[in-house]
Design a protein around this ligand. Structure first.
Ligand code: ADP
Ligand code: PAZ
Ligand code: K
Length: 258
């Protein structure tokens, strides 16, 4: 590939779309959007661009080549009509010892983190689901864990009970009192302190196995969780790398042909 050739990387998550504009092998900028309707996808394929895309895309030869990493097959299907599209699969990721149903987002983030930060590596993805995914010094997947992400935990409590309100995370500022005296604080306390203790437990268990390993956190809730962790467990955050672009690093270092 020409070193300055522009192309788009698209990660399709379970909540939204994550975009990266590459110039050759360099990640130029990133942004997020909601899922797009079929009509808009057709327009993009016809060379038009969108208001909430970076303005510089207007200056590039559209439609740009597109590389997709998706964990939502129904969304992937909408892009099959795009003229120059490549869908990344596990076979394109050099990570070893993977299992067939491993999420491509987890494989790419782990691979990207390992290549840039070094193996062994543990990646925490604080997205719709919260995942832990680790690799050893030989670039083998060691394994990981999957649980409901922060937003999903609040949404589930709000939707599946009659008396619990739906909390909006944008209103969260600092840690709630652990022993709360009202319903919203009690929900926050239960979800947040339990999740933070779980994250700490997974990280320390990983460090028991790989004492010098780097640990990186990505995903839409990364900043909120990092800030809370910093208050409760500063010794953990001192060694925790916050990096939103691990998947784009993984895409840039995988084997596929546009
Ligand atoms: N603008 C936003 N839209 C949606 N979710 C957001 C936004 N900003 C932060 N989040 C948080 O990001 C989480 C989803 O993470 P994200 O990495 O975007 O998901 P996915 O990759 O699974 O689509 C939600 O729990 C939510 O709290
Ligand atoms: C665990 C996930 C749902 C995470 O997706 P996300 O929350 O990032 O949208 C996704 O990686 C997935 O569907 N994985 C397949 C199962 C596995 O990785 O074992
Ligand atoms: K994700």
């Amino acid at each position: 590939m020409n070193i300055h050739k522009p192309w788009l990387a698209l990660e399709i998550g379970n909540s939204r779309l994550h975009w990266g504009l590459f110039l050759g092998e360099t990640l130029d900028c990133t942004w997020n959007t909601d899922y797009l309707p079929d009509s808009v996808i057709q327009q993009l394929g016809n060379g038009r661009t969108l208001d909430n895309f970076p303005a510089k895309i207007f200056t590039l030869p559209c439609p740009l080549p597109l590389v997709i990493a998706s964990v939502v097959p129904s969304q992937t299907a909408l892009w099959q009509s795009y003229p120059n599209v490549k869908v990344i699969t596990l076979e394109n990721v050099p990570l070893k010892n993977t299992y067939p149903t491993l999420g491509i987002d987890r494989a790419l983030a782990l691979w990207g983190a390992g290549i840039k930060l070094g193996f062994p590596i543990l990646v925490i993805d604080a997205g719709t689901a919260l995942t832990f995914t680790g690799a050893d010094s030989q670039q083998n997947l060691v394994g990981g864990a999957i649980l409901p992400g922060l937003g999903l935990q609040f949404a589930t409590l709000g939707q599946k009970t009659s008396q619990l309100p739906q909390l909006e995370m944008q209103t969260f500022t600092s840690l709630p009192p652990r022993f709360a005296q009202n319903t919203p604080d009690a929900i926050q306390s239960g979800v947040i302190y339990t999740l933070l203790a779980g994250i700490k437990d997974f990280i320390t268990a990983w460090w028991d196995l790989y004492p010098n390993s780097k640990v990186a956190i990505k995903g839409g809730d990364r900043t909120l969780l990092f800030n809370y962790l910093q208050t409760l467990y500063p010794e953990i955050t001192a060694r925790l790398i916050v990096e939103p672009n691990l998947i784009f690093w993984g895409i840039a270092t995988s084997n596929y042909h546009l």
